[in-house]
Design a protein around this ligand. Structure first.
Ligand code: FAD
Ligand code: SIN
Length: 546
């Protein structure tokens, strides 16, 4: 039994920021599935949105976010986030993050602000095109200096331990710990703790093509659901418009900042097309640009479109996008000389575990922060570079609440150890690999950028079959990292499909040919799924959560 005051599951921007902000009196465990930098944070390119310029305003950042969110943003969550932008950048600078500067006309140095889709101002603070790497490194270095924080890499949480499920108590459902597989020692450890924080990132791995690292399997959403938390807006999976199209290389993002600095989108015949779909052209919010690309690719029967910034000087491109430039060059494309082939790919999970502004979930002492959540900030479509900001702001407000509750809360629960007495070694690992592939393929084919009722029903049928197969496998065989992820990913796929089936309109990232219009009566209505109700309510459930 490992005992701590707080267990933080996830070591990205959300998890490590929270760890650094908890009082020194807390004994904290942070776990990550692989190395500490294995989440999406380290891969973030464009930057963090924050109002830094005198010409810009919090009101404008709020308005842009709400506009991108297509009628589903919770204004209080947006205000909570955008009003803390500058404070978060100052905090990161204090931690030693090296952002990109430029020299102003007055000869002074200012943070360079780039632009991305949906933003009406330059307001994206960045470290060239490797912002996430700069932040992740600084967070790790600062965390390693703190003696009250213990870091457990290569530890994957299997499930949360709750008083309802594991202690058969009928009163308030509390989270009292988690079962965690140490993947190096192949041993399940029991963590007993007073506060549990999910900071597990998104679920884009549910699609065959994604910009995300392998671990983005929605574990936090699945664990929270099994523990009794509601989740919301899972139909709003964001596709990034521009991932490098390459027959063999893994999906690689080409930052939206390339378009922010003048990059154009071209059809194979060299014509621009983004303005046909929105007056803001290539800098319209992401849902619109990704859908425009998807439409043109299908209409013309082509495999990709092209992103072209070759009209800018090579020096400019190398200074602003050194990593993207180098990566493309390695794969045979010189951005300074030619357009680069691009396609949309799954990028961000806008929905997730429902929380309030202090990270509280439906289960007592269980919090969630970062991409795994639904806070109300993103609505039906996240605006670029608002995600890192959300991680930092919600880590900060959640830490205030946890600090105020302190370490003295009762933890008398007598937690049962993980029971492996009835399982054996897996006999056919191929089942996991095969199902993993099948799931991601049908999600891509049937639950992608353009949906129909029929495609969603096909996907539902398949996910039901996979669920029963995986449940059986899970109860008979010893757990492994792959099995844990597949089980979670299948559950998340089910939640996405159920949510998509319930939204009988097109809005933001959810576009269906059966209901191509937005239904104004569904403004401000989130798709909320409740684990206690879902099996008894076959009909669409819409509920306001605020
Ligand atoms: P992550 O950084 O994804 O970290 C998740 C952590 O949880 C990892 O440590 C992982 O090991 C751990 N974990 C997960 N499941 C388990 C488990 N079962 N047990 C133990 N540990 C677990 N956003 C922006 O705002 N600006 C950008 O420029 C930007 N660019 C992006 C570029 C790319 C290529 C990608 C993929 C995303 C980008 N995003 C950007 C989105 C942003 O990076 C993420 O939303 C954000 O970093 C998520 O942070 P997080 O802390 O919530 O999760
Ligand atoms: C990008 O750099 O294009 C990604 C930004 C984001 O996802 O917010």
């Amino acid at each position: 039994m490992y005992e701590f005051d707080a267990l933080i599951i996830g070591s990205g921007a959300a998890g490590l920021s929270l760890a650094l902000r908890l009082d020194n009196g807390f004994r904290i465990a942070v776990i990550s599935k692989g190395p500490l930098d294995d989440g999406s944070t380290a891969w973030a390119q464009g930057g963090i949105s924050a109002v830094m310029d005198d010409d810009d305003s919090v009101e404008q950042h709020l308005a842009d976010t709400i506009d991108a969110g297509a009628g589903l943003c919770d204004e209080s969550a947006v205000l909570h986030t955008v009003s803390h932008g500058k404070e978060m950048i100052t905090w990161l600078l204090q931690l030693g993050v090296e952002f990109t500067y430029e020299t102003g006309l007055d000869g002074k140095k200012y943070l360079h602000l780039t632009r991305e889709g949906g933003h009406t101002h330059r307001r994206v603070v960045h470290a060239a095109d490797a912002t996430g790497w700069a932040i992740q490194n600084a967070l790790i270095k600062n965390t390693q200096k703190k003696s009250n924080i213990e870091l457990f890499d290569h530890h994957i949480a299997i499930d949360l331990i709750t008083t309802h499920k594991h202690l058969a108590k009928k009163n308030t459902n509390q989270c009292v710990g988690a079962y965690v597989l140490d993947t190096e020692e192949n041993k399940v450890k029991t963590f007993k703790t007073k506060h549990v924080i999910l900071a597990t990132g998104g679920a884009s791995k549910v699609y065959l093509y994604t910009s995300n690292p392998d671990g983005a399997s929605g574990d936090g959403i699945a664990m929270a659901w099994r523990a009794g938390c509601r989740v919301a807006n899972m139909e709003f999976m964001q596709f990034h418009p521009t991932c490098l199209y390459h027959p063999t290389a893994k999906s690689y993002l080409i930052t939206e900042a390339v378009r922010g600095e003048g990059g154009k989108l071209l059809l194979p015949n060299g014509t621009e097309f983004a303005h046909e779909f929105d007056p803001r052209g290539v800098l319209a919010p992401r849902d619109i640009v990704a859908r425009a690309i998807d439409y043109k690719m299908k209409q013309m029967g082509v495999d990709c479109v092209y992103l072209d910034i070759s009209h800018k000087p090579k020096k400019f491109i190398q200074k602003h996008f050194p990593n993207v430039y180098a990566r493309c060059l390695k794969l045979g494309y010189d951005m300074a000389k030619e357009p680069v082939p691009v396609v949309p790919a799954a990028h961000y999970t806008c929905g997730g575990v429902m929380t309030d502004l202090k990270g509280q979930t439906d289960v007592e002492n269980l919090y969630a922060i970062g991409e795994t959540t639904h806070t109300g900030l993103h609505g039906a479509n996240r605006m670029a570079s608002n995600s890192l900001l959300e991680c930092l702001v919600f880590a900060s407000s959640t830490s205030e609440l946890i600090n105020s509750k302190g370490t003295k809360i009762s933890s008398k629960a007598d937690i049962p150890h993980w029971d492996e007495s009835r399982v054996t070694e897996p006999d056919e690992e191929i089942v996991v690999a095969h199902n993993w592939d099948e799931l991601r393929r049908f999600m891509w084919d049937y639950v992608g950028i353009v949906r129909t009722n029929k495609r969603l029903q096909r996907a539902k049928h398949r996910v039901d079959l996979l669920t029963s197969e995986i449940d059986e496998y899970y109860s008979n065989f010893r757990v492994s990292g792959d099995l844990i992820e597949l089980r979670n990913l299948t559950l998340v796929a089910d939640l996405i499909i159920r949510s998509a089936l319930r939204r009988k309109e097109s809005r933001g990232l959810h576009y269906t040919l059966d209901y191509p219009e937005t239904d104004s009566t569904l403004e401000n209505i989130d798709t909320v799924l409740d684990p206690d109700l879902v099996s008894t309510l076959p009909k669409p459930v819409y509920a306001t959560i605020r």
